[in-house]
Write a protein that binds this ligand. Structure first.
Ligand SMILES: *Cc1c(COP(=O)(O)O)cnc(C)c1O
Ligand SMILES: [Zn+2]
Length: 417
């Protein structure tokens, strides 16, 4: 049974019936089809006790709040990631209640598994065979993994300079991987290719942003459900969210909205999207009081954080509303600050994140320095992806380890001890 009552285009307001299984607005206006649920009925089934009783079945633990039928899902056990209470990092920052939501522990090592678990299940439910994605790597790997488990054919368009670990992971998972050259400023060529195959080959689009597939947007909501439960059914004061397209932030916000609507928790956290200074169209727009329609795409996005390089924030409308209505703000961080955050997470907490995955921590440091959040508050930093896929970036930071003959004198010389 589905609890979805309607889908409504975020741009033109056109309404769709759930049984139509729409993917894009008929008007092709780049609106996202926002999904509405029957909260009254869900409330009769789902409360704190019921959630606690349920086994961890990835996003399907919250099946009533998902827009696909769980019978079509692959069980790779996404989600249920630990909320780690920081000790040594919190101490360094002088904080009391700093938590790290470690999304590197997902099946393909990024939070994108939550989104693609739903996107792929919906494809199977709709009887699709070919699925397509535009991605810097993580979302594609997630879709490829769920496609492998469900027997779907997956084609992934990735940027020319895709990280080697990400390409390797994709190929192994059986995806057809194609790199696409950037030829026009401010346009993402991988998205252009994805749309061409949807139109001309009839493939099912499942990128990790809303305007081309509304279903996958619902997966990341489960991060908020988990965080609130892990804090003992309390909302944190703030959540820091590494941001590219704005879909993750939108999901986090919707998760809180769901919990509010179901009476499971009353407060809302402040939401802070974090973007790299080399690609910050959303942060710039939020902080200069602009409207979504006024967002200017970044012409040539550039940052070490490869997962945050969407030149245009596809879900910027919802992301802006989420940030503003929650009382948060946008934060931009330099590559240097991001690298520092990667090192801190690894050396102080034992978490190996990729640069995009550590951007939230860089943002937290900046907000603390600027006095915009408080050291005594409960802050949650989302650590969104693993560093193992971009190992070449880490290797560059440190160079080759010394090579010695197996003698202690050589060791003391090499380590300067
Ligand atoms: C995709 C991605 C993000 C950003 O998510 P959006 O939904 O595009 O804003 C952050 N971190 C990592 C590791 C990612 O792969
Ligand atoms: Zn529309």
């Amino acid at each position: 049974m589905s609890y979805v009552v309607s889908l409504v285009c975020s741009r033109c307001g056109r309404k769709y019936e759930p049984r139509q299984n729409p993917l894009l607005c008929e008007r092709r206006d780049l609106g996202r089809l926002d999904i509405n649920y029957n909260y009254d009925s869900i409330m009769e089934k789902l409360d704190r006790d019921e959630i606690e009783r349920r086994p961890h079945l990835g996003v399907w633990r919250y099946a009533e709040l998902m827009p696909a039928d769980k019978r079509f899902a692959a069980q790779l056990n996404e989600g249920n990631t630990p909320l780690i209470r920081s000790k040594r990092l919190a101490e360094l920052l002088g904080m009391k209640n700093l938590y790290l939501k470690d999304e590197t522990r997902n099946p393909t090592a990024s939070f994108k598994d939550r989104a693609m678990a739903v996107g792929a299940a919906k494809a199977a439910e709709m009887g699709k065979k070919d699925v397509v994605i535009a991605s810097s790597g993580n979302a594609a790997s997630s879709l490829a993994a769920y496609s492998a488990a469900l027997g779907l054919r997956c084609c992934a368009f990735v940027p020319e300079d895709v990280a080697r670990g990400k390409a390797a992971q994709l190929l192994l998972l059986g995806a057809r991987v194609v790199r696409v050259k950037q030829t026009e400023e401010g346009r993402d060529p991988t998205v252009q290719m994805m749309l061409k195959t949807v139109k001309e080959l009839g493939w099912y689009p499942s990128p990790s942003f809303g305007p081309f597939n509304p279903y996958q947007v619902e997966g990341p909501k489960t991060i908020s459900y988990e965080v609130v439960e892990q804090l003992g059914w309390r909302s944190p004061d703030a959540i820091l969210v590494p941001t590219g397209s704005g879909c993750l932030l939108t999901g986090v916000w919707r998760g809180i909205r769901d919990l509010n609507a179901l009476g499971i928790v009353e407060e809302t956290p402040k939401l802070f999207p974090v973007q790299p200074t080399g690609n910050q169209p959303l942060v710039r727009a939020i902080n200069s009081g602009k409207r979504f329609e006024e967002i200017e795409p970044e012409k040539w996005p550039k940052s070490i954080a490869s997962g945050l390089l969407d030149p245009f924030p596809w879900d910027g409308d919802a992301a802006m509303q989420a940030t503003r209505s929650s009382g948060g703000a946008g934060v931009a961080v330099s590559d240097e600050e991001i690298i520092n955050a990667v090192k801190l997470l690894a050396s102080r907490e034992g978490i190996f994140a990729e640069p995009s995955g550590a951007a939230g921590l860089a943002g937290l440091k900046k907000l603390l320095d600027e006095g915009k959040i408080y050291k005594t508050d409960t802050e949650v930093v989302l650590v969104t992806g693993s560093g193992l896929k971009e190992a070449e970036k880490a290797t560059k930071l440190y160079g080759e380890p010394p090579l010695i003959e197996p003698r202690v004198e050589e060791l003391t010389k090499a380590l300067n001890i």
